[in-house]
Design a protein around this ligand. Structure first.
Ligand code: KG4
Ligand code: ZN
Length: 368
């Protein structure tokens, strides 16, 4: 009898005989975006479809898991169909199905995982399990400056900073398959802090883009918010203190005074936003620099939703330029900073090449 591994090998060989290109269908449902994409050879994006649920969660100021799950159920089939159509491919052109199965909201992840398992079974294609955070990291490899040179590699070792709504992590990156965690947040993630502070300032959800926009008119030195470094050597992050500092600033130290936000001028709000944003970026850059020194990094990688922030991108570029010898910065293109399936399919390609396949017992996992 042929076992699952040799069946997979036969399928891979058949795929290679037909054509040189490896096409991976990626599926992403870890939080509030239903996404599917077809990517060739890990770097040529043939299609990318993202159905965002921002409007559904806006009035709650954050993601409601049950609402997210229901929306994924409604969108998953149309989103996958559209991704295949936009790429101009049929099931015979797909070599494997990669799906984010961790970390994330379990009741959201399970929709993508179930869809991927179903397609794997019915289309007879290998299944690949993807860590959502490692996929964010992989998205930095899609930096246009990198692709122009027809390379998806970078100078190693690299330090990767992944900043999203749920995570803030630093990795030691030697290969796409084995990033090593150097540090992470001990409380709020950077994106979560942006979202909560935007909520305090009555700015629209998601908070990151709203704060970046209003901060353009603000003075970043107006208020000295705390920069928590957690000691001289730590590579971990803590952002709950700065969120509380903004709250105290708006409501008074004893929290008994009236909330001043409604009576603040637009300039005052802009000053708070700019000062808050500067403090967060300061910590992110200093910790990345610390990690880079520690492992003697040649490249800095930046990914995750908060990586869409232009000030963070500029500050890290400046840091890299001022390092001797200069480190190279690779940043995820803006459309692949927030959750998407291109990054899932791109990492899926590397796992495909390494023959790292999952089977139909694959389950979603909240942590990872
Ligand atoms: O990676 P992502 O789409 O979802 C998670 O995996 O969490 O990240 C979403 C986060 C949100 O917290 C959002 O406020 C933040 O990314 N974000 C930004 C910006 N755009 C999105 N934060 C700061 N500046 C931005 N321009
Ligand atoms: Zn994410």
């Amino acid at each position: 009898m042929t076992d699952a591994r040799s069946l997979t090998n036969i399928r891979m060989m058949k795929a290679k005989e037909k054509r040189e290109t490896i096409n991976i269908l990626g599926i992403e449902t870890s939080c509030d975006e239903t996404a599917a994409a077809v990517v060739a050879d890990g770097r040529v994006v043939k299609s990318s479809i993202v159905a965002s649920q921002t409007k559904l969660h806006e009035k709650y100021g954050g993601v409601v898991p049950e609402i997210a799950s229901r929306a994924h159920i409604e969108k998953i089939y149309p989103v996958i169909t559209e991704a295949m159509e936009q790429a101009g491919v049929g099931k015979d052109d797909i070599d494997a199905i990669a799906v984010a199965n961790q970390p994330g909201l379990t009741i959201a992840l399970i929709i993508g995982v179930t869809a991927a398992k179903t397609l794997s079974l019915t289309w007879d294609k290998p299944l690949i399990a993807i860590n959502h955070l490692h996929a964010h990291l992989q998205s930095a490899m899609l930096d246009e400056r990198n692709l122009q040179h027809r390379q998806v590699s970078c100078g190693l070792p690299a330090v990767a900073l992944i900043v999203s709504g749920g995570h803030t992590c630093l990795y030691d990156y030697h290969s796409p398959l084995e990033p090593r965690l150097l540090g992470s947040t001990i409380d709020d993630a950077a994106g979560e802090a942006f979202d909560k502070v935007a909520n305090i300032l009555r700015l629209p959800y998601p908070g990151g883009p709203s704060i970046e926009e209003i901060a353009k008119n603000g003075n970043l030195n107006a208020i000295k918010f705390p920069r928590s470094m957690l000691g001289r050597d730590s590579l971990d992050f803590s952002f709950s203190g700065i969120k509380t500092a903004v709250l105290y600033y708006c409501r008074g130290q004893d929290m008994k005074g009236e909330d001043k936000v409604d009576s603040m001028s637009e300039q005052e709000i802009a000053d708070i936003a700019a000062s808050f944003q500067a403090a967060i970026i300061d910590v992110l850059v200093k910790k990345t620099q610390r990690a880079a020194k520690k492992i003697d990094a040649k490249t800095i990688l930046l990914g995750g939703g908060v990586a869409a922030n232009s000030h963070l991108r500029d500050a890290l570029q400046k840091m890299c330029d001022n390092t001797i010898p200069p480190e190279k910065l690779l940043v995820a293109p803006k459309q692949y900073c927030t959750d998407n399936a291109v990054m899932v399919a791109s990492l899926g390609y590397h796992k495909f090449k390494a023959k790292l396949f999952a089977d139909l017992t694959l389950e979603p996992k909240a942590s990872g």
